[in-house]
Design a protein around this ligand. Structure first.
Ligand code: 4AZ
Length: 847
């Protein structure tokens, strides 16, 4: 169905599209050409033949050009709004069937034609315009204009449309305009989202609702909640409020297909879908606990919904009401006085309205200074995710602009005097949840009374100074310390808890805590089982340690006696080299250590040390997002072959409500980077079977591993590749850095991440970990983390990989399993030890 079907249409005369005149240039040297003698009879014949061929070719080209060549054109739609300052709004303008609406619409369309005629590009390709609605202020007209543009000319038309304001200006300044011409201002226009006029729509519904005071209306996708929304459908709701009111739209459910390319809901601060007035685009599943209320800037709002042919979900439902402009939630700023207080962006913790700016003037008692701490800070939007270059929505403190997303409490600003100004500004497109902040009066000379002041101006409890933990976030609380008796005095001045001594991790940063750790005398080596044996016994062909560790990594690699620590080749011979598999060197006589090595590599070198940030696309191509159908992301998994995934058994454990153990409950997204953005790299698979480990213990999380078979194999790509499975003897030494990845919560109890997150953690000594975790660590568990806290896996990361670099490949060291909260200090993340299950994986999958 055509988007232009509704409303009034004005169609101009069609223009000539092609320049059909052809001109021949005169020969530059015709005299000379005439004088030349012919080359004889043969030459004349050849000349005639060539002449005939050229004539035939030209005739053919002309026939093709004028007769067969298709005038290929694309439909381009632009939407916009303009304020008519010399008209007064009448109630009849709300009804597109009224004669008043039709009369004004006719005037606007003819004026639009006059405006487009000012640009040769636009005039040539213009088809017509429809007026979609009018609203108050004096009168705002919302329109759609259609152009048919030859392929290749689209950019020129976009360009011409971008200077629409200038064209309007020209038109407005034309002499001899009819006396009743409209006076136009505030012209906004942009190309319509192509998904909103797809030719595949078979159904189109348009609703209008004018809210009233003390009345709560409701809009919902058709069939909600009893049946899924229909395919290939376009819906729009034009919402109006009384003058001096704004629209409040409160979603209680949003449950759509994951991929916004297919099904989506888009909210506009307008009555027509103008891209520069988009407030938010939504698809996928939103937890009902997420604050999902939107406020318009004026008395209109448009909600659109588009669905494609496949996969229909329950849809959405939202309440619509009007709020008086100036009432709570719609305003912000003001005078803040006193010792301390709080303030937040308008409508916090819900979405702030677009086109809003305000200022808080904070004044604390004379002689003191103002300190502002942002508890929450969410001012991110497309084109401004990185928190730099805050040109769209921002907060300005002390002349410094802040935007993007910041961790709770991470942003603190202090003034030099007893006043401070904080400005909030949102632009016309995209909104976020904003901020909540606290201000307090501080003594300039003693800004942190009875507390320690960090270099970054944070105040922390005095007892946290020199305790080995980075409480400030900038390490300033751990510098220049006199260490207590239960701390190690690092040479570099840091103090670290005594129990970190000799755990094979350089906690001091200068190695002090790992010095003089050997219990063995000089000339002796420390075995893996802590026995001391003479250095001379290393690699002598005999197992002197008793665990084979004195016979590892010896020159004479092959033919070693087999122990628990040696690598067993396919021919059952053992080699002493540590982690020989897939290291690029053939160590086994039969070459089996270099077999099945198409794994663990991505397009990227993962080299940066980070504490939780967006992964690159394709950086962890074995990462899988496991979705419960109709709900969304629940767990992670890792690809180990075209057919098989490894995940956590606790992800597929029945909970009474959802059949987590049933393959039909799940869908696996491979090659995914951003949740709800299903690009061409993403492959979705249903599951054929789920095999939880038979010894999985639901109370202790022991043996927390499961296998998933896909219903059909995937083809590997840059974004979909398997991770390497470690041999049972693969060594992941304490202190080694490993990667955790997932879409889990970005803080304990927080929301799941949209973009795949990565963080680097270290393998932690098993006995240190067992002490920290109250003796709950079995040999089937591996600990990894950053004991100072702040970096960890969390809810939603479960089942995902703990990827360990070895050579130039990544091995699956662990499966995200459990933890005591997330990122707490002294509480590492616990992972399933994959090496312990290598035989079981082989038995069940053949991989
Ligand atoms: C979870 O609930 C979870 N900090 C996963 C990992 C950790 C904690 C919780 C580790 O899925």
């Amino acid at each position: 169905m055509d988007y232009m079907d509704s409303g009034l249409r004005y169609t101009p005369n069609s223009d000539k599209d092609w320049d059909t005149s052809v001109q021949f240039l005169p020969a530059s040297d015709h005299k000379k050409l005439e004088k030349k003698k012919g080359p004889g009879r043969v030459g004349a014949v050849i000349g005639v033949v060539i002449f005939a061929a050229v004539i035939a070719l030209m005739t053919g080209l002309l026939v093709w050009h004028f007769h067969f060549r298709k005038d290929v054109r694309v439909k381009k739609m632009y939407s916009g709004s303009m304020r008519i300052t010399n008209q007064v709004f009448e109630d009849a303008y709300e009804n597109s069937n009224s004669s008043e609406f039709k009369a004004l619409a006719k005037q606007v369309t003819s004026q639009l034609k006059a405006i487009y005629s000012r640009s040769p590009q636009l005039a040539k390709y213009y088809v017509g315009s429809t007026i979609q609605a009018f609203s108050e202020g004096s009168v705002i007209a919302y329109y759609l204009s259609e152009f048919r543009v030859p392929v290749g000319q689209e950019a020129a038309v976009d360009n011409a449309m971008s200077s629409m304001e200038r064209l309007v200006d020209k038109e407005q300044r034309t002499l001899h305009r009819p006396g009743n011409s409209l006076v136009l201002a505030d012209v906004v226009s942009s190309a319509l989202d192509a998904r909103l006029f797809s030719s595949s729509f078979s159904r189109m519904f348009k609703f209008s609702e004018h809210t009233k005071t003390n009345h709560i209306g409701q809009i919902q996708s058709p069939g909600f909640p009893d049946r899924p929304y229909s395919p290939n459908t376009f819906l729009q709701w034009q919402l109006r409020a009384d003058p001096n009111h704004v629209i409040k739209l409160e979603f209680d459910t949003v449950n759509l297909e994951e991929d916004c390319k297919n099904d989506f809901v888009k909210i506009y601060d307008s009555l027509v879908a103008i891209e520069s007035r988009v407030m938010e685009e939504m698809c996928g599943y939103y937890s009902p606990s997420e604050p999902l209320t939107f406020l318009s800037s004026g008395n209109v709002m448009l909600v659109t919904m588009a669905t494609n042919n496949k996969k229909n979900y329950p849809g959405f439902r939202a309440k619509v009401s009007q709020v008086r402009r100036g009432s709570q939630g719609t305003t912000c700023g003001g005078q803040l006085m006193g010792e301390k207080g709080t303030f937040s962006s308008p409508n916090f913790p819900n979405y702030y309205p677009p086109r809003t700016s305000c200022q808080w003037s904070i004044e604390v008692p004379a002689g003191k200074a103002v300190k502002v701490s942002f508890k929450k800070f969410l001012m991110s939007e497309p084109g401004q995710e990185n928190g730099k270059d805050c040109r769209k929505d921002y907060v300005e403190v002390n002349g410094k602009k802040l935007c993007g997303e910041h961790p709770d409490g991470a942003v603190t600003e202090t003034s030099k005097t007893n006043t401070m100004s904080v400005v909030f500004s949102s632009d016309a497109s995209y909104v976020d949840r904003g901020f909540s902040a606290e201000f307090e009066a501080i003594d300039v000379k003693d800004p942190c009374p009875k507390q320690f002041q960090c270099k970054n101006q944070r105040c922390i409890k005095s007892e946290l100074r020199c305790d080995g933990w980075n409480d400030c976030g900038d390490m300033s609380d751990e510098l220049n310390c006199k260490c207590s008796s239960d701390s190690i005095s690092c040479k570099n001045g840091l103090c670290k808890p005594m129990f970190w001594r000799c755990d094979s991790i350089d906690d001091c940063g200068d190695g002090t805590d790992e010095l003089n750790c050997g219990v063995c005398k000089s000339g002796e080596m420390t075995c893996k089982n802590n026995k001391c044996v003479s250095e001379k016994k290393r690699c002598d062909g005999r197992d002197d340690c008793g665990d084979g560790s004195d016979e590892l990594d010896c020159e004479r690699a092959s033919g070693t006696t087999c122990t628990d620590l040696t690598y067993r080749c396919k021919n059952n011979k053992c080699i002493s080299k540590v982690n020989p598999e897939c290291d690029g060197t053939q160590d086994c006589d039969d070459g089996s250590d270099e077999e099945n090595c198409d794994c663990g590599r991505s397009m990227f070198k993962t080299s940066r040390i980070v504490g939780g940030q967006d992964a690159e696309e394709g950086e962890f191509p074995w990462q899988v997002s496991l979705h419960v159908k109709g709900y969304g992301h629940v767990c992670g998994a890792s690809i180990i072959s075209p057919r098989w995934l490894v995940t956590a058994a606790h992800c597929v454990q029945e909970d009474g409500k959802t059949s987590f153990s049933q393959p039909g409950t799940w869908e696996a997204y491979l090659g995914l980077h951003t949740q709800r953005k299903i690009g061409s790299a993403v492959v979705k698979r249903n599951l054929k079977q789920i095999i939880p480990h038979p010894n999985y213990n639901t109370f202790t999380y022991d043996n927390d591993i499961a296998l998933m078979e896909l219903d059909s194999p995937v083809t590997y790509s840059d974004y979909i590749k398997p991770v390497c499975l470690p041999s049972p003897q693969h060594d992941f030494p304490t202190g080694n850095t490993v990667w955790i990845t997932g879409w889990g919560a970005t803080r304990e109890g927080g929301f799941a991440a949209t973009v795949l997150q990565k963080a680097q953690v270290r393998i932690i000594n098993r006995s240190v970990c067992n002490d920290l975790m109250g003796g709950q660590i079995t040999s089937r568990m591996l600990c990894a983390g950053v004991l100072t806290g702040g970096v960890d896996a969390c809810q939603g990361d479960s089942g995902g990989p703990l990827s360990s670099p070895s050579g130039n490949r990544m091995f699956l060291a662990g499966v995200v399993s459990w933890g005591d909260g997330c990122a707490r200090r002294n509480k590492p993340g616990i992972y399933t030890t994959v090496t312990k299950f290598r035989g079981w994986v082989k038995e069940k999958t053949g991989v």
